[in-house]
Design a protein around this ligand. Structure first.
Ligand SMILES: NC(=O)c1ccc[n+]([C@@H]2O[C@H](COP(=O)([O-])OP(=O)(O)OC[C@H]3O[C@@H](n4cnc5c(N)ncnc54)[C@H](OP(=O)(O)O)[C@@H]3O)[C@@H](O)[C@H]2O)c1
Length: 253
């Protein structure tokens, strides 16, 4: 490890499983202090034990709730100082297609995959701007979108729409906060084997998808490491408003 994010205070949402957990482990291993957030506190506490209590902090937070998001930043700041790196990773997909889906589920997807991304990014940016240019110039916000924001994955229209919105929200916030030095980028994975996709990947749908993928394989949680680290680091000083696709050519299948 080379300490590429040494000195940073990173907040990772949805860190109780899958990609978020991996991102938190990675950022901590590369020198950042990490605040891990999600609703399942027991899982977060296990992760903090693994990383080390001096380097990580668990905060139970439903990121769709504005008051909880503000409180999460208060707790994070009290322990490690101003959060300068945000990985907006919490997200969900759905089993219903557009015909069987009800409006409550559609709104739930949008609320988590779009509104909470904005809510967490806004809180981070407000505090960075308040802290002054020295701090804000190092601000890095990475929104985990998806290749589903660029191509149509069948029967998950709400998810596809939410991820396209996430990517365009990223560009819009990047424009708005460029003058403060806060860089906002999206990272769009293809299919990665995690808890979210495990059941489906092991079934008929997964086999079909792997068969159609140009490289006939699925990425694992480490496949995004380099892109995530780059976007979180000072190395990305001149990179904002991008959407980095890491899909192993899946979207070309
Ligand atoms: N895996 C893939 O193939 C893939 C591909 C493209 C994009 N992505 C995106 O990558 C991100 C992570 O996915 P994953 O595969 O790692 O899924 P996952 O294992 O299901 O993780 C989702 C995380 O989001 C958290 N979460 C859900 N609702 C929340 C809420 N209201 N407040 C706070 N946290 C909440 C969950 O924690 P709690 O339940 O403890 O709150 C969990 O830690 C998602 O945005 C997903 O859309 C994944």
């Amino acid at each position: 490890m080379t300490g590429r994010v040494a000195g940073r205070v990173a907040l990772v949402t949805g860190a109780s499983s899958g990609l978020g957990k991996r991102f938190a482990q990675l950022l901590a291993a590369e020198g950042a202090k990490v605040v891990v957030a999600a609703r399942r506190k027991d899982r977060l506490e296990d992760l903090v034990k693994e990383i080390g209590v001096d380097k990580a902090l668990a905060v139970q937070c439903d990121v769709t709730d504005e008051a909880q998001v503000v409180a999460m930043f208060d707790v994070a700041e009290a322990k490690f100082g101003v959060v300068d790196t945000v990985i907006n990773n919490a997200g969900m997909t759905h089993a219903n297609n557009a015909i069987t889906q009800d409006v409550a589920e559609f709104r739930k997807i949008m609320d988590l995959n779009v509104t909470s991304v904005w809510l967490v990014a806004r809180e981070a940016a407000r505090r960075l701007i308040h802290a002054g240019p020295e701090k804000s110039a190092h601000g890095r916000i990475v929104n985990i979108a998806s290749m589903a924001g660029r191509i149509v994955i069948p029967n998950v229209s709400a998810y596809n729409a939410s991820k396209a919105a996430c990517a365009h929200l990223t560009r819009s916030l990047a424009r708005e906060w460029a003058r403060y030095g806060i860089n906002v980028n999206a990272l769009s994975p293809g299919y990665v084997a995690t808890e979210l996709t495990e059941e489906w990947l092991n079934g008929e749908g997964g086999a079909k998808t792997i068969g159609k993928s140009p490289r006939r394989r699925i990425m694992d949680e480490q496949s995004l490491d380099e892109a995530l680290l780059f976007l979180s680091s000072d190395g990305a000083k001149f990179v904002t408003g991008t959407d980095v696709l890491v899909d192993d050519a899946q979207s070309m299948g």
